[in-house]
Design a protein around this ligand. Structure first.
Ligand code: SAM
Length: 241
């Protein structure tokens, strides 16, 4: 694993946890088909590296600064990027959200086996509900989502969860000017600034990735997120037809 390319490397304990997570994924994948990225570089680069590179600035911050960090992973599926972040940021509290109960039960079991249960909370619900839940809305320093929906939809899921000094990270594959324009329109509605995209070529020729950070300019308007299903059906910033 090319840790030097990542700019962060795990302690022995963290490396053991990441290996253990791979074993757990194998186990659960046999039952549930959680992910196809389980073996070799599929796991180490496609899951671990891909989950961690967007959060390297937080991994590099002094421990005292990261200690109180509260992080939410929306649409965590089989636990990524959330579980990798929980291992890499031992001072952080993680909330992992997904609407599919059997996936979350597997993630819960994996978190317990890895010794993370006391700082990993799981919520089996739609993100549109999480964004309105007391204890979640406006609470998180970091809100992340990988491979969940189009960027304006993900923005509507994540922004209501942000603390005033929080950051949403949208994990994306390809990123075009048109994608940026659509996100910009959604961001104006949600009262966030869109930071310039960061790009990286995954090691091993595994493709280009982008991450787009959103930072609040003011409180998220109370109307967002809209009711379950509406953000995906009518993404913010879409031209009405
Ligand atoms: N983030 C994981 C990853 O990168 O491997 C899983 C990606 S999977 C393609 C998308 C996940 O998002 C699914 O598990 C799905 O249930 C979840 N999801 C999609 N929309 C959601 C919503 N509105 N609320 C909660 N979960 C959602």
């Amino acid at each position: 694993m090319p840790w030097s390319t990542l700019g962060w490397s795990p302690s022995e304990e963290q490396l053991t946890q990441l290996q253990r997570l791979q074993e757990e994924l194998r186990l659960w994948n046999g039952r549930l088909n959680l992910t196809r990225l389980v073996e070799g570089e599929d796991y180490w680069i496609g899951q671990v590296f891909d989950s961690l590179w967007p959060v390297v600035p937080w991994l590099q911050a002094p421990a005292a600064a990261t200690a109180p960090l509260s992080v939410i992973d929306v649409g965590t599926g089989g636990g990524f990027p959330g579980l990798a972040i929980a291992i890499a940021l031992p001072g952080a509290r993680l909330t992992l959200v997904d609407s599919v109960g059997r996936k979350l039960e597997a993630v819960r079991a994996m978190a317990t086996t890895l010794g993370l249960a006391d700082r990993v909370d799981l919520r089996c619900e739609r993100a549109e509900k999480t964004g309105r839940a007391r204890g979640c809305r406006g609470r998180f320093q970091l809100a992340v989502a990988r491979a969940v929906a189009a960027a304006p939809v993900v923005a509507e899921y994540l922004v209501p969860l942000l603390a005033p000094d929080g950051t949403a990270l949208l994990y994306r594959g390809q990123w075009t000017i048109a994608d940026g324009d659509a996100l910009q329109r959604a961001a104006a509605t949600l009262q966030v600034r869109v930071e310039p995209p960061r790009a990286l070529d995954l090691p091993g020729g595994r493709g280009r990735r982008h991450v787009i950070a959103l930072n609040p300019l003011g409180p998220c308007p109370a109307a967002y997120p809209r009711p379950v299903g509406v953000p995906a059906k009518h993404p913010l910033g879409d031209n009405p037809t």
